[in-house]
Ligand binder design. Structure first.
Ligand code: NAD
Length: 476
């Protein structure tokens, strides 16, 4: 069985314990993973703290930090096939998606490489002749970065990139589900030439590894992506040391289609909006809110496309929907669908486990227009399940879109520019896509509000969030 190691203080090492990782396509163990226990976490934090003050890192100029990040980006690109293959193997995410994603992971590192020497301070024009005041932007300190299983290389890149650009050091905790790609990525950190201890990569379970890491007094900032319930634990833990947090959490994103929309493009966007990543995506457009007048035509086309989606082995380039990451996910989805059907939701397609080994679940559509509070409408499923609601007026569409405690992403499909503007203004979400869905760029901030968290990843602001401002007064 393949064996992976932690990367702590520039050394590859075993964990205090081990656990097995399952191949989601077969449900069978395929690799032995290290498990970080309290002593491993403490060593990783100590290493990051020492490295933060060590001149080999703190003495670098911003341009030199940027050069290391450029090198890392090149190495990600050069190793893309291996990283993508490992992510597919360990999480079941299909190879055509992991391959595309590793390419933009390199783009994100390159963006933050370029940003390192553009994180500027300021000079303040104060009302005194004999005083100079300026602001220095300094790195916030040791960062704990915690990621979920669904997109580990990308979700860590949007933390590691800006944190290193700002001059921080990190302990990155890979999810216990599918940690292989991140543990492999540690080799690229080593090869790029970052001083030892600047980036430490470990994995382990929430109750010990995650808990010890986020409550550690030397951690200045916790950057977390995952579920809202875990986020509450993390905020409580980090509050003990008043560490700052950025939280990228779940979603129940509305996908609103007005009667004047380009139907073909809306259908295609909805198919990838919900079924890409087998629905295991925080921005999945999981609530279709559709104008009553076009519902039948739209659903007929959507159902036909959903049933034509190619379900297959995740390593096969032809596959469009692969397995879920775990049996836990499949059990959760089955339970919510059953409760929704019991409540009156109508199953239009899918809804039962695929008859295959592994954790497969087919594209599923539920008409919830008569039961808008069905569990599938209100719960984040994190699977290939679409709930359909209908509206007659724009006001109703907006009210339905905002009828959730989440606020991550939303999609609006209409040809009316004025309506698009009104909807953009009224909708409560951190990202709004108009006549498109799922577009991302290193330049554009990404994040949510409400139960979807706070803070932004991507863009300049993300790098500033890893800095603190020092106000300097000088009598002249
Ligand atoms: P999760 O919250 O169960 O786990 C996420 C990470 O937190 C894992 O590494 C886990 O080990 C760790 N963890 C668990 N308990 C902890 C604790 N007490 N202290 C510290 N760390 C702890 O999430 P998941 O099931 O792996 O992922 C799915 C969730 O992630 C969904 O809600 C999804 O929407 C969200 N997500 C959000 C985004 C975004 O950018 N907004 C992106 C992807 C996924």
């Amino acid at each position: 069985m393949k064996r992976f190691l932690h990367y702590i203080d520039g050394r590859f090492e075993e964990g205090s314990a081990q656990f097995q990782s399952l191949d989601p396509a077969t449900g069978q163990p395929w690799a032995e993973m290290p498990e970080a226990r309290t002593e491993d976490v403490n060593r990783a934090v100590t290493a990051a703290e020492r490295a933060f003050f060590d001149p080999s890192w703190s003495g670098l100029t911003a341009t030199q930090r940027g050069k290391l990040l450029y090198k890392l980006a090149d190495l990600v690109e050069a190793n893309a096939p291996k990283l993508a293959q490992l992510e597919t193997q360990d999480t079941g995410k299909i190879i055509r998606e992991t391959s595309a994603q590793v390419a933009y992971v390199a783009d994100y590192y390159r963006y933050y490489a370029g940003l390192a020497d553009k994180i500027e301070g300021a000079h303040l024009p104060i009302d005194k002749q004999d005083m100079e005041v300026w602001l220095r932007r300094e790195p916030v300190g040791v960062v704990a970065a915690i990621v979920p299983w669904n997109n580990q290389l990308f979700l860590s890149a949007v933390k590691i990139g800006p944190a290193l650009a700002a001059g921080c050091t990190l302990i990155v905790k890979a999810s216990e589900e599918g940690p292989a790609p991140l543990l492999e990525f540690a080799k690229l950190i080593e090869e790029a030439g970052f001083p030892k201890g600047v980036v430490n990569i470990i994995t382990g379970f929430g109750p010990e590894c995650g808990q010890v890491l986020t409550s550690h007094p030397s951690v200045a900032h916790v950057a977390f992506t995952g579920g809202p319930e875990t986020a509450k634990h993390i905020v409580r833990n980090s509050a003990e040391n008043l560490a700052s947090t950025s939280l990228e959490l779940g979603g129940k994103s509305p996908f609103i289609v007005f009667e004047d929309a380009d139907i073909d493009s809306a259908v295609n966007a909805q198919i990838s909006g919900i079924f890409a990543a087998t629905g295991q995506s925080c921005v999945a457009g999981s609530r279709l809110i559709i104008a009553k007048s076009i519902k039948d035509e739209f659903l007929a086309r959507l159902k036909a496309k959903a049933e034509a989606v190619v379900i297959g082995h995740p390593q096969d380039m032809a596959t469009e929907v692969g397995p879920l990451c775990s049996q836990r996910q499949r059990d959760h989805i089955n339970a919510v669908i059953k409760a929704s059907v019991d409540a009156g939701a109508k199953l239009l397609t899918g809804g039962v486990d695929c008859e295959r080994d592994g954790f497969y679940f087919p594209p599923t559509i539920l008409d919830c227009s008569e039961v808008p509070n069905a569990p599938c409408v209100t719960t984040e499923l994190f699977g290939p399940v679409l709930s359909v609601l209908t509206f007659e007026t724009e006001a109703e569409a907006l009210q339905m879109a905002n009828d959730t405690k989440f606020g991550l992403a939303s999609g609006i499909f209409t040809k009316s520019l004025t309506r698009a503007h009104r909807m953009v203004k009224g909708i409560r979400s951190g990202i709004v896509w108009v006549n498109t869905y799922r577009a991302v760029s290193p330049v554009a901030p990404f994040g949510g509000q409400g139960l979807s968290g706070h803070g932004r990843e991507g863009g300049l602001q993300a790098a500033l969030d890893y800095t603190t401002v020092k106000t300097v007064w000088l009598r002249t």
